[in-house]
Design a protein around this ligand. Structure first.
Ligand code: CTP
Ligand code: CA
Length: 224
């Protein structure tokens, strides 16, 4: 008999991933950004697809190739990311890795000229995409946020998990040069406690997280 391929653990699941920074325009030629490279989120999208999931990746402005088997939607601003996330629903799980700008600028329509008065940037809060999804009637069965912290990492992440009402927070210790770097030191904060993973490459973090997601979506078979 022919060998059967091992069924892929996330086959039939639709999973949303956000990744990268957002850019918030100041005027037509300038923007506010952050140091997110998008690499961890792209690696997670690829690892989920490798386990057979249908993956929608909503990506901020990054120069990374689209991982195999992933449907990518490119956005620029936090508000565009919020709309793209909304259009991707429903999903079985969402992993919000993006470093979403907390504020946007009341942008000038024309380029601000140096000869003008020195500009003052007027900021308004962006929608919290993760918290909105947590309260949505379309809340996924498994909702995961990321938190980049530079100090008291687990403490901040534990508070953030409760505040945003999400299932897990993946707390990322960015006190070194993680943003843009090759490796990540993460703690998985759930309602049951904290799992601290060893510092490892972003692809290894992604593969381990994808397996953890598969475990969570596929509860153990009852003993018989
Ligand atoms: N997030 C989001 N929309 C925002 C801000 C954050 O979806 N407008 C998501 C991020 O993708 C991440 C999680 O929320 O999964 C935590 O982001 P973080 O910036 O750590 O949390 P904030 O609530 O913005 O708190 P602060 O930046 O003050 O630490
Ligand atoms: Ca933030």
């Amino acid at each position: 008999a022919a060998l059967e391929a091992k069924p892929q653990r996330l086959a039939g699941r639709h999973i949303l991933v956000t990744a990268g920074p957002t850019h918030e325009p100041i005027d037509p030629v300038r923007y506010i950004a952050n140091r997110s490279s998008g690499r961890q989120g792209f690696a997670i999208a690829g690892a989920l697809a490798a386990l057979g999931a249908r993956v929608t990746l909503v990506a901020g402005p990054v120069t990374l190739p689209t991982p195999a088997g992933v449907t990518r939607i490119d956005v620029e601003t936090a508000r565009e990311m919020a709309d793209a996330v909304d259009r991707a629903l429903p999903v079985d799980a969402a992993i919000m890795v993006a470093a979403v700008a907390d504020w946007h600028v009341d942008a000038a329509v024309q380029k601000i000229k140096k000869g003008d008065a020195t500009p003052t940037l007027s900021l308004s809060e962006n929608p919290d995409i993760l918290a909105t999804l947590a309260r949505s009637p379309q809340r996924p069965a498994l909702l995961i946020g990321f938190a980049a912290e530079t100090e008291r990492v687990v403490e901040h992440a534990t508070a953030k998990r409760a505040r945003k009402d999400v299932d897990w927070i993946v707390a990322n210790d960015v006190s070194g040069d993680v943003m843009g770097g090759d490796s990540n030191s993460v703690h998985i904060v759930t309602k049951d406690g904290v799992e601290s993973w060893p510092r490892q490459g972003k692809d290894a973090v992604a593969a381990q997280l994808a397996r953890r997601v598969a475990d969570a979506l596929e509860p153990a078979q009852p003993m018989r």
